[in-house]
Design a protein around this ligand. Sequence first.
Ligand code: BG6
Length: 492
Amino acid sequence: MSTQVVPDDAVIVVFGGSGDLSRRKLMPAFWDLYLTGLMPERWRLIGTSRTGISDEAFAELARDGIEEFGRGVSPEQEEAFASFAANLTYRGGGFGPGDTETLVAAISGAEEAIGGEPNRLFYLAIPPAVFGPITQGLGEGGLDERARVVFEKPFGVDPASFAELDETVHAVLDESQVYRIDHFLGKEALQNVLALRFANGMFEPVWNRQHIDHIQIDVPESIGIGTRADFYEETGAMRDMIVTHLFQVLSVVALEPPVSLESDDLMDEKSKVFQSMTPLRPSDVVYGQYESYRSEDGVAPDSCTETFVAAKVEIDNWRWAGVPIFMRTGKQMAAKHQTVTLAFKRPPRQMFAAKAGGNGSFVSDGLNHLTLDMSGDPGFSISFLAKKPGPRMDLGPASMRFSYEQSFFSGPAVEEGTRLDAYERLLHDALLGDRTLFTRADGIGRTWDLVAPILEESPDCHPYEDGSWGPQAAMDLIAPRGWHLPEGGGES
Ligand code: BG6
């Protein structure tokens, strides 16, 4: 991993500059990096899309995004915002093979203004169908020199489109220039899995099939699809979340100790996890759709797009064989969480069983879990049984929690941390040329193969009530176990 902090000078181009992702995530992230002193000394950012907007409108869009989704602009920061906004311009018009001039001219202008030979960072915040032509345009316009290209997920939509895109991309770019982003990999709590497992002696010895009963990766979302119907109707929860974010999370949780923390060594281990996973079986996958989905703006009245997926997956290797891994994600659910739970096996002999529960039963579930929280106040907690105070040997549930907020951001005794959200971290890495937290083609190719049987023949889609924990079939999938969430979300 790089030790450099301030990136070299750069011209940044955001394709889809006036779109949802740019407004919600990218502009707030650039503003934060700017405030934290993590942007290059000299930089320009050009937003672009087929329909043009003025430079002023783009600066306004950036500001709106920063106010609504980022840290805002305080009255003392007005001057800083004006200097930030002075680096932003917008160029409308198409871009692709045979149509590169306008953007090439804009980039040359920005490079001249900066001086020297700045790096070029292209961010493709657009649907995967246009990744190919844009990349070809970069090659044709000679923009691939000094370039790094960030591709939003999903990279392809199935095995065939992945293979085609991979070929197109590699015809223009060297793999070292390709940054396939999956922003979950930039989350502190997920990176912390490496620290937890390999910087400590107490977790790794139990991180295997001898001690773990099952794993849950649970990412319910309380939001619906908002204004993203066009994207979502084509994509659905399997491609939007499972084969991308949740699989990537699993690769970090399940990987073998890497030779080092260098990019290739880590990517090798993640790829091995994907190689060891068995293709998903239709009987292990539940699709759902929230009841009001078909009345969302832009959604077909008979749409079969899944807004919910629960799946059981397996990693057939020495460490994890026989440990079921349950994944769940969906829109318009009862609450938002992003958790990974390792549920431990029960002790071999249960001498407390008779006294544990009030009714003489053993205290049921929710115990001996290690749960990583990737959203809200990130951190992790451990739940276990403890002796209840009093004259009898009665047991009660207890827990301990590590919180980033408490340990690194508050109180006089704690070390000051730098608060970087996932997009900030990854954009900064891309500006520095550090690919450690990005994904590699072989891994992505394999993930598409793993879900191909499901994409070829979608499971039936179960309706579920808005604001619920999803269809009953998802509870049945995990039974006799239950979904483990702080509020007991969805336990059967
Ligand atoms: C995006 C998905 O990649 O991740 C969205 O396209 C999802 O559908 C989002 O809501 C969740 O990310 P986060 O971490 O911002 O809540």
